[in-house]
Design a protein around this ligand. Structure first.
Ligand code: TRP
Ligand code: ZN
Length: 874
């Protein structure tokens, strides 16, 4: 901030106050024009707090045209930055406000804006205040009716929340439609869309026999890419009835796909708006992981109808109430429909590679934050993914039945309300009878706990004792930490791989140990030999484990652990152990080598016909540089990259034949359908191609040129990157020529170009910003090109000359004014850098100081830059 008096102010969770007025219903009337849209809002307002006089409404980037109270022109108001304060008001009245806005100039994509030729809205978290002056907070629940008037030829579809109640035509070429949403909702769930689309229609019969119309709106020409999204929606509706006993409530459910969208999708009541990335897919243009992503996000937004919309958040500090729970629900949906083990592995990879770093970085916050400057900065991996882990721990502690009883209590108590995280845990506690008072600390404490392990075996008594200690390192936001309630799911393995039943005092004991103190011990009886203890089965808590297993123990678990996730996790530990030593060797300029035991482990896996194909693919996928970095106190970017490169190439050359054979077998076995078994074959093939490129690059090129499936093509391109094969150029050229008209498909190409470590990656990225398929206005393009470079090409982004940092700062300067939300997400790799060396930190500080000095620095960047500087300097 150039002007220090204009420093943004923080809001604190502890300052919550109930609203002093409420709005019971609102009638909105839009006259849509690209540069001058008028919005008439007629609200029924009721005073709640007799002590309060003025009604203070939120409003940003609005031009006030008129203000009436009970149909009379009202003069008693004051306009200030972001607020309209109205005085001399009766207790209950009709308020009419007319504002004018400019959707075309809105490149921040918050409020009403244009995506291509269409109008659309994004109101979460605080975007409704860019449409009209309002009590823009989630604990004000109103019923909405919305009339939209627009040119009929350009905007044949006029959509809003709820049911269509009337429509008509005007003489001037315009038409209008009226919508009514019977369910009271907070303003962040309001939506409006106007445009010309192709429409995919279907229907779903709910379990109570109601016929619900399903409508999916996509850009013209994209119908052939919209079927999977519709199928996913129907699957989600059915699953929520069966697993959570929750049925849809309106008679119509609409989804609109738009190209310009800051996030993944938005759960607006009855009218979801989606980033087209999470709708459009066919086998030629999208990968299996795109298909799975669509299924998950369609599910996620649908599940919000109960966990988010019918029951919403009291204030934004409670965001995880709806997001953590809804992510848990979408994870369960994906796991019930597909592979539970593969889903768990992918979620844990994400947590370890990015959420743990967030929790150790300058923006560390509990899943229910205490202090917020810009709410948009708190749609984080912590609130979403760690939030889902917290719900999952409840599920582990209670079991499915008691958890579902808790859900029912929660819905019965809070339907139609704006609730808190405490309300949710209380419902779980009351329905299950389990004391969750200590568990609530997960909501207020940030940071990743470390659980350390000590074991003892008494052969004479046949007793095995296990001592677990927990501690959470201080974080940027909280110096002091307390013990948490941590479920640790365990198994004891005998040396032959058999599972030893858990018992104490002659009685069976649960495999879920509840660690609630700083240190606790458990003794197990009837243990005939010293066992190997499998810890954190299914990743039962979002913690780090401090326990050095021997290689023999790791191999035993890889082969015999009952829990599939634990087998994979043991493999990760085996690789991590090697990486730890290898990085030290690189730093001491010693030669690296791959032990025969590791090679043998991989060889045995490659020959294993019985192991699940999807799981094998994950076992063969070497941890990313980000995942590896999480295991280090100090991160040496170049040494990690070198060690990882060596591991992959050495393994590829040592096992060239088995990798090639398995790759071949996968190609033959794949029936090219979207069945999960075929997805597994293709992911296994992709995992093998990563290695095959080093010995048989022509096989990689063949996978690209001979397959018609995008999954195979992209797997080949990624493999071409890894082994930097000669055929890489022709593959990438071919892709570009085929898809340059289609930005969404080009995103995959931009991402691979940006993460390729060969050549001068920074120069390549800079040049690609001039590519005809690139646009600095489209968030998807920016994330694919610039985001991939900064997040997935560490050795170039963190280049010793600081050029990568300098470039990112330039881009952020550009985006600061235009789209602060996107800028603020892009800055992450520049601020999550506490573990770097002094020289790099100094260069980062310089860039952050440059940003801090910008005129009109957005609140979004201000919060991140100032926290980043504080941690780096402190
Ligand atoms: N509630 C949305 C979801 O979880 C998140 C979201 C979509 C969002 N668009 C946004 C949050 C814009 C902040 C700003 O799916
Ligand atoms: Zn959500």
């Amino acid at each position: 901030m150039a002007d220090s008096s204009a420093q943004p102010i923080a809001k604190y969770r502890s300052d919550y106050q109930a609203p002093s007025y409420t709005i019971e219903n609102v009638a909105l009337d839009f006259d849509l024009e690209p540069t001058a849209t008028t919005v008439r809002a007629v609200s029924t307002v009721q005073r709640l707090d007799p002590q309060v006089g003025d009604l203070v409404l939120d409003g940003e980037k609005l031009e006030l045209l008129s203000l009436k109270v009970n149909q009379q022109e009202h003069q008693h108001y004051q306009l200030s930055e972001g607020q309209l304060s109205i005085s001399d008001l009766p207790e209950r009245f009709e308020l009419e406000i007319v504002t004018q806005i400019n959707p075309q100039a809105n490149k921040a994509f918050e409020g009403l804006y244009q995506s291509g030729a269409a109008f659309c809205t994004q109101c979460e978290a605080e975007g409704f205040r860019r449409i009209t002056y309002f009590l823009d907070r989630p604990d004000v629940l109103a019923t909405y009716s919305t009339k939209i008037t627009a040119d009929k030829a350009a905007y044949p579809y006029l959509l809003s929340n709820g049911n269509k109640v009337a429509q008509g035509e005007l003489d001037n070429g315009k038409h209008w439609v009226s919508w009514q949403d019977p369910f009271p909702k907070p303003s962040y769930l309001f939506a409006l869309v106007a445009g010309d689309f192709d429409l995919l229609q279907d229907s779903f019969t709910s379990r109570s026999g109601r016929e619900i119309a399903l409508e999916l709106f996509v850009d013209k020409g994209n119908l052939e890419r919209s079927e999977h999204a519709m199928a996913s929606l129907k699957a989600a509706m059915k699953w929520d009835e069966q697993r959570f006993n929750l049925e849809y409530d309106l008679d119509i459910y609409m989804i609109v796909a738009v190209d310009f969208f800051n996030m993944g999708a938005m759960e607006n009541k009855g009218l979801n708006i989606f980033n087209s990335k999470y709708v459009l897919a066919n086998k030629q243009s999208a990968t299996d992981s795109d298909f799975l992503g669509i299924e998950a996000v369609i599910g996620h937004e649908y599940f919000h109808n109960w966990t988010g919309n019918r029951i919403t958040c009291r204030d934004w500090f409670q965001l995880s109430l709806k997001e953590g729970l809804t992510v848990f629900r979408d994870q369960e949906f994906s796991s019930d429909l597909g592979s539970r083990a593969v889903n768990r592995i992918k979620n844990v990879r994400l947590l370890r590679s990015h959420q743990f770093a967030e929790d150790a970085g300058p923006m560390a916050h509990p899943i229910r934050p205490d202090k917020v400057i810009e709410m948009n900065n708190f749609y984080t991996l912590t609130v979403y993914e760690k939030g889902a882990e917290v719900i999952r721990m409840l599920h582990t502690l209670l079991g499915e039945q008691a958890f579902q009883a808790g859900m029912q209590t929660y819905v019965e108590r809070h339907d139609g309300q704006a609730a808190t995280c405490d309300d949710f845990v209380n419902a779980m506690q009351d329905a299950s009878g389990k004391d969750l008072s200590l568990f609530k600390r997960w909501y207020s404490q940030s940071g990743t706990p470390v659980v350390s392990v000590q074991t003892q075996f008494d052969a004479a008594k046949q007793q095995f004792s296990l001592t677990l200690s927990q501690s959470t390192p201080a974080t940027a936001d909280q110096p002091e930490k307390l013990p948490l309630h941590i479920p640790v799911s365990i198994e004891l393995l005998a040396s032959n791989g058999a599972s030893i039943p858990l018992q104490a005092g002659g009685k069976p004991v649960s495999e879920v140990l509840e660690l609630t103190q700083a240190q606790q011990s458990w003794v197990f009886d009837a243990v005939a030999e010293e066992p190997c203890v499998v810890l954190l089965q299914e990743f039962s808590a979002p913690v780090k484990l401090d326990y050095s297993y021997s290689s023999e123990q790791l191999l035993l678990m890889i082969n015999h652990a009952s829990n599939t996730f634990a087998r994979w996790d043991s493999m990760q530990k085996l690789i991590a152990g090697w990486m730890q030593q290898a990085v030290a060797k690189v730093q001491q300029q010693q030669a690296l080598e791959l032990e025969p035991a590791i090679i043998a482990t991989f060889e045995q896996l490659l020959q294993d016909q019985a192991i699940d194909r999807g799981l094998l693919a994950e076992l063969l996928t070497i941890s990313s540089e980000n995942e590896i970095a999480d295991n280090f106190q100090e991160v040496d970017i170049d040494a990690i990259a070198k060690a990882r490169d060596f591991f992959i190439e050495a393994l590829a050359l040592a096992l060239a034949e088995p990798f090639a054979q398995l790759e071949q077998r996968c190609a033959e076995a794949d029936q090219q359908s979207l069945a999960h078994s075929d997805i597994a074959w293709r992911s296994l093939r992709a995992a093998c191609l990563q290695f095959v490129g080093f010995s048989q690059p022509q096989r990689v090129a063949a996978a690209y040129f001979e397959s018609s499936l995008m999954t195979d093509k992209l797997a080949a391109m990624a493999a071409a990157n890894t082994a930097a094969i000669e055929q890489r150029n022709s593959m990438f050229k071919d892709y570009e020529q085929q898809w340059q008209h289609d930005g969404l498909v080009m995103d995959k190409w931009f991402a691979l170009e940006a993460s390729f470590s060969g050549g001068d990656a920074l120069a390549r990225v800079k040049a690609l910003t001039e590519h005809p398929s690139f646009s600095m206005e489209n968030p998807n393009r920016i994330r694919s090109l610039i985001g991939s470079f900064a997040n997935n090409n560490a050795r170039h982004f963190h280049a010793k000359d600081g050029a990568g940092y300098c470039y990112l700062a330039e881009i952020l300067t550009l985006l600061n004014k235009q789209n602060p939300q996107v800028a603020s997400r892009l800055i992450t790799p520049l601020i999550q850098t506490v573990k770097l060396d002094k020289q790099r930190k100094a260069m980062i500080i310089e860039q952050l100081e440059g940003l801090a000095a910008l005129d009109e620095l957005s609140k979004d960047l201000y919060e991140k830059v100032s926290n980043g500087l504080q941690q780096l300097k402190g």
